[in-house]
Design a protein around this ligand. Sequence first.
Ligand code: SF4
Ligand code: SF4
Length: 249
Amino acid sequence: MELKQRERLTHIVKKFSIKNDIDILGIADVEELNQKARAGRRPKDLFPTAKSILLFGCGMADPISRGWVCNGKGGDYISLTLSELENRKWILKKFLREQGFHTFGGDIYGEGILNTGIRLANAAESCGMGYIGKSNLLITKKYGPRLNLLYLATDAPLIPDREVEKDNCGGCKICQTHCTSGAILGDGYFHARQCECIINCSENKMYYSSHLNIDCDMCLRMCPKGDMHWDAEEKKNTWFEKIEKKNGG
Ligand code: SF4
Ligand code: SF4
């Protein structure tokens, strides 16, 4: 496909996404991901005809939408924000199919790009959707770290977004100060296992019942970045009192 046609197609996909509430979207360079991913798990191994990788996100409307709801007798927990994102994924898949293209992957849990050794957050950073903060989370202009991401591989030859956003944490240490496990070391190193042993323990969750649980997430809640921060509402609630106690306030 000619460059002009690719540019036009890219414009159409982005415009459609904005119109359909997929307001955070980036196009990653499939060749770059092929180079970085593990052999056998690269986009070209999993989806040989893929020409582009679409990354898209759904902002969390409030702290509860970050939570996990129990799936009845099955016993599994389902993320509320990811469920919403799943709906948007199908809208995007349908649109690309109508344009004559295939899409692959985009599974919520496991497989695909999640198993290549490339985190979605890092892939999103590579196409300018935000930067990786001290908390190891993707920090975006609109939602800060309060969003979930999905991806789709497609054979649509879209133009990759190459502009990368620079690290904007500066001297901020808020996530490090409030991290319940000490996993955020503040020097760019993040101790993932240390975080997991805290957030998987029901006593340490922000809220836990047999129906709903909300992880620690202090790094996500406290980060000051993001135009659509929910802190004004949050500060009225109990978790903020806990922080004030911790700070001796
Ligand atoms: S979820 Fe909690 S324990 Fe894990 S990094 Fe964030 S603040 Fe630290
Ligand atoms: S809380 Fe501060 S240091 Fe942590 S990710 Fe957000 S901006 Fe960066």
